[in-house]
Design a protein around this ligand. Structure first.
Ligand SMILES: [Zn+2]
Length: 285
């Protein structure tokens, strides 16, 4: 089966063609926020038609950078751009492409990608956290995405880590996303995230809030593994060594829950691989 996989994010979007599970084409472009939904839909349809000139695809999977109501296959809200609120993305894209489309939040889709094809293979329950422009999460339980009652499960970005802290995009104060995501730390510290993470003094301070967020996950779920993806996870040992030390400081020896926190194995492609898995699951493989 050939699948078109799409990753719609706040700063960039990617599209890939998988032929029998193998990625044969891939492209990434910057997201024009001011273009809104119309612009994004135009780009996706144009690139999809280009890709299918060589190879036809039968399914399409999409990871969207914002809350998605999985049951109705609609985007709930989005900070990515305007015009997405309550948008029936799967239906609309399905009509344009003429193939079945399945969508989910990119945190869930990234989790699925790492669980099926990446650093989460063999680990269940698996928790996935993506630290990039914002912070997303996904939980794989019994081989399936756990979405909760309203498709809002695993929204780790909006766990409060600093009561009374700075105002988050969601309207609350001191959320993990507000304290730790790329967009906010760059605006708070006036430097690129990559440069900040190269500074050990900054990282020692940074991992405290990050560990508070991850501790909640470990205490609540006792996951077999936590996979951390997104641009920030590319800092490698410079981030993960201090993060482990801080987690071991915050989580006392009383807890026998494992502290297994590793970088994503699929780099920038976990949402694309997850979109493949989502589309495959939709037809029972
Ligand atoms: Zn928030």
């Amino acid at each position: 089966m050939n699948v078109l996989a799409i990753d719609i994010g706040g700063t960039k979007f990617s599209m890939a063609l998988f032929q029998d599970g193998k990625m044969t084409r891939r492209e990434t472009h910057a997201t024009q926020r001011e273009g809104g939904r119309e612009w994004m839909m135009e780009q996706i349809v144009r690139i999809a038609h280009q890709m299918r000139k060589g190879v036809e695809f039968e399914r399409c999977g999409v990871g969207f950078g914002g809350p998605v109501d999985f049951a109705s296959q609609r985007v709930t809200v989005s900070n990515v751009a305007t015009g997405w609120q309550e948008f029936p993305l799967a239906e609309s894209l399905g009509n344009e492409l003429g193939v079945p489309v399945v969508i989910d939040n990119d945190g869930n889709v990234g989790a699925l990608g790492e669980a099926v094809y990446g650093a989460g293979i063999g680990y269940d329950p698996l928790f996935f956290m993506n630290i990039s422009t914002g912070i997303g999460g996904g939980l794989i339980l019994g081989g399936n995405v756990y979405r909760g009652a309203d498709s809002f499960a695993a929204e780790i970005g909006h766990i409060t880590v600093r009561p009374g802290g700075s105002r988050c995009g969601c309207g609350s104060d001191g959320c993990l996303e507000r304290m730790c995501c790329g967009m906010w730390i760059e605006s708070d510290y006036g430097k690129p995230a990559k440069e900040l993470l190269a500074d050990p003094a900054f990282v020692r301070h940074y991992v405290v809030d990050l560990a508070i967020g991850l501790k909640s996950v470990i205490m609540l779920l006792n996951p077999a593994r936590i996979v951390v993806g997104g641009g920030m996870s590319k800092a490698g040992e410079a981030l993960f060594v201090p993060l482990h030390a801080e987690l071991h400081r915050q989580i006392t020896a009383w807890s026998r829950a494992r502290i297994d926190v590793v970088p994503a194995a699929l780099g920038d492609d976990n949402v694309l691989h997850g979109a493949l898995a989502l589309a495959e699951a939709a037809v029972g493989k």
